[in-house]
Design a protein around this ligand. Structure first.
Ligand code: GDP
Length: 687
């Protein structure tokens, strides 16, 4: 309903033009009439300042206006046309019901707030006035102010969640995504458990027994498939298991900052005790701050000696509850299916202390547990939902992959429509295979998913994924003083040399930086060692009389982890001393890349040639330096300005490939010339 401006003015003792000016100042349209809520606002403003009370004035006005409205409607009916109102009216395109919660950004204008909440701008301005803020509808207010003035209007407002930036997704910043939830939205969620321990101690057997004995019964009766995780129910409570025994899944996720695991079950065979991978598992869990429940397995065996296991674990800092420590240790037999219930109950007990919570009412954020190319379904991924609800048809991005969720199924092949926090299932609908530990984020539509994925792809191209800190960065941080703890994963050929190195390391002193061996063991350097270093920034992997195979080296390169091996303890200690004092220096090394046989000259320009030929040794790289060899003699130098395979520009090609080379240099190339490619690389002088 509209109220005549003139009448409102006269009731309050103003002229019409004065009132118009005031209404305009407030940011509303001021035609001959104004909306009744604007009128109400103005009346409120002047309440007590006129002879009559605001309510009386308003009552009069409405009464008079109603009478006129009736006349007008009748006239309109007769004339058959309508008039348009000009006063500001919020464009309410959503209906906010009582008890609804509306998301608004950190800052918002009064007008937008009115539109988003479907409330009257006048009422909101009135609220601001009551709080001593003179504002018009274009005034920008912050979230807290908005919360105060909308209090009592029948709905609640919430800060709008910002979608993770491409940067955050690229770096797998799960913590940041999870931190956004308002504590009041959080509800309990099931614990996520991984099973770790030494090889052959019974991890797989235990996972199988738990899976088979406790799956939620349903009619599907499908064949169990390993999708990387599964959920069981124990006394009406769910527990999610990461179904990949060992440390890989755990560290791969952690390396990306994802704290997917809440509780670790450490399996120790009662007849074998603490073994190298048991220690490794303890260190992994400790580094990640994940509580351990110990399953003392193979209790059925004649040689089972749980007390020995407890004593050995105590030596490694895991103290049994019944010995005054805080780790629950449960004797079990995976073979005889004994002790499983107690084990699960202990997991729930530990989980209770952790008070695990998540917000089911938000777009899902999840972690990739496993992913591969399925012959029928295309790229699939098993997702563990960290927070929110994941639904079929959701658009999502995972790193530079994106998609629309077409189908979800659990480990029994049961089709699911939605997943709540801590739930897990295999999803179909990805653009490509992803990596475990990557973050899934649901976005509003497919277009956004595609855009964000492209952005992340760009970032990946820009910088190589370096989960760890290379030596350069470690040195830089030590010099800056921002790295106070140098962590080391140490491997040696024998227990004796390991102890000797540890003793020597204890003598390496620096006032500013401490050394901590986060894991040590006998044997060659493994991928797990590198992943552990990658999961914990500022870690070096050092080997003594031991090697890292090519896979391990490749992983180290990919994750940016420095792996250094030594033959003498003294040298290792010397290097660490230098690192701590920031005295290590760069060294420039010449690296030979490969040879290329010039077979044809295609084009000759000024100081530039395009030739065709074949790589006879090693590789050719764009940007590499060249020596031009003719009859075994160096006749000049140059540079690879470009490499072409058929018509495509390529950065690097290998031995055996025929390709075009764009040569930059002074020598006039001839057929039969050999181009020797090399490059310079910066290395640490003493390493
Ligand atoms: P994982 O390498 O830790 O995954 O160990 P597995 O689950 O593959 O088990 C290794 C071996 O130990 C297998 O031969 C199992 O049958 C056996 N095993 C596992 N649990 C038990 C148990 O509780 N009792 C006995 N006697 N043998 C077991």
């Amino acid at each position: 309903m509209a109220i005549a401006l003139e009448e409102l003015a006269s009731k309050l003792g103003f002229t019409e033009s004065e009132m118009r000016k005031h209404v305009l100042e407030l940011g509303f349209d001021a035609d001959d009439s104004i909306e009744d809520d604007v009128a109400e606002l103005i009346l409120d403003e002047f309440a007590g300042k006129t002879d009559k009370s605001a309510a009386d004035v308003y009552g009069d006005l409405v009464h008079e206006e109603l009478e006129r409205e009736i006349v007008r409607t009748q006239r309109k009916k007769m004339a058959g046309k309508t008039t348009t109102k000009k006063a500001y009216k919020p464009e309410v395109n959503l209906v906010v019901k009582k008890g609804d919660s509306v998301e608004i950004p950190e800052q918002i204008s009064v007008k937008e707030l009115a539109e988003k909440t479907g409330s009257s701008a006048a009422v909101l301005i009135g609220g601001l006035m009551k709080n001593g803020i003179l504002a018009n509808i274009n005034q920008i207010i912050d979230f807290d102010t908005a919360a105060i003035i909308t209090d009592g209007l029948g709905f609640t407002i919430k800060k709008k969640r910002v979608e993770a930036s491409a940067e955050d997704l690229f770096h797998g910043n799960l913590e940041k995504l999870l931190a956004e939830d308002d504590p009041s939205d959080l509800v309990d969620r099931a614990p996520v458990v991984c099973v770790m321990g030494h090889v052959d101690h019974g991890k797989t057997s235990l996972l199988d027994v738990i899976r088979e004995a406790n799956v939620v019964d349903d009619e599907s009766g499908g064949i169990t498939q390993h999708i990387g995780s599964y959920q069981v129910e124990r006394k009406g409570r769910k527990i999610t298991f990461l179904d990949t025994p060992g440390h890989e899944a755990f560290t791969a996720m952690r390396a990306r900052g994802a704290r997917a695991t809440d509780v670790a079950i450490l399996v120790v065979a009662a007849d074998d005790g603490v073994m190298p991978q048991t220690k490794e598992a303890i260190n992994h869990a400790k580094e990640a701050g994940v509580p351990i429940v110990v399953a003392i397995n193979k209790m059925d065996k004649p040689g089972a000696n749980p007390d020995r296991v407890k004593a050995e674990l105590a030596e490694h800092g895991v103290q049994s509850e019944d010995w005054g420590g805080d780790a629950i240790m449960v004797p079990v037999s995976a073979l005889k299916k004994e002790g499983i219930d107690e084990l699960l109950e202990s997991v729930l007990l530990v989980a209770d202390v952790l008070e695990l919570k998540a917000n089911p009412n938000r777009p899902a954020v999840g972690t990739v547990v496993e992913s591969h190319l399925d012959t029928n379904l295309g790229p699939v991924a098993t997702i563990l939902v960290n927070t929110g609800t994941l639904k079929v048809m959701d658009s999502f991005i995972i790193g530079k992959a994106f998609g629309r969720l077409k189908l979800m199924q659990d480990h029994k092949g049961t089709r699911l429509r939605k997943l709540l926090p801590s739930d897990t299932a295999q999803i179909v609908g990805l653009s490509e295979v992803v990596e475990s530990g990557q973050i899934l984020q649901v976005v509003k539509d497919e277009r956004t998913a595609r855009q964000q994925a492209t952005q992340v792809g760009g970032l990946i191209q820009e910088e190589l994924i370096k989960a760890g800190m290379g030596m350069q960065e470690i040195l830089q941080r030590i010099k800056e003083g921002s790295l106070k703890l140098l962590k080391i994963v140490l491997k040696a050929d024998t227990q004796g040399s390991l102890e000797a190195i540890k003793q020597s390391l204890a003598k390496v002193k620096s006032d500013d930086v401490a050394i901590k061996v986060i894991h040590s063991g006998v044997g060659s350097i493994s991928e797990s060692d590198v992943m552990m270093a990658a999961a914990s920034p500022g870690t070096l992997v050092l080997g003594f009389h031991t090697k890292a195979n090519v896979h391990v080296r490749k992983l180290a390169e990919k994750t940016g982890i420095e792996v250094v091996t030594y033959e003498v303890i003294y040298k290792l200690v010397e290097d660490l001393t230098k690192i701590l004092s920031g005295m290590l220096e760069d060294e420039i090394l010449d690296i030979e890349l490969g040879k290329y046989n010039v077979m044809q000259i295609f084009w000759t320009g000024k100081g530039e040639f395009v030739v065709g030929g074949k790589i006879t040794e090693g590789v050719m790289q764009k940007g590499a330096k060249l020596r031009v060899m003719r009859d075994d003699e160096e006749v000049g130098v140059g540079e690879v300005a470009g490499l072409k395979l058929v018509n495509e520009d390529i950065d690097e090609l290998e031995k055996g490939q025929e390709c075009g080379v764009r040569y930059k240099g002074k020598v006039k190339l001839q057929e039969g010339d050999i181009l020797e490619a090399w490059k310079q690389e910066k290395r640490m002088k003493t390493l």
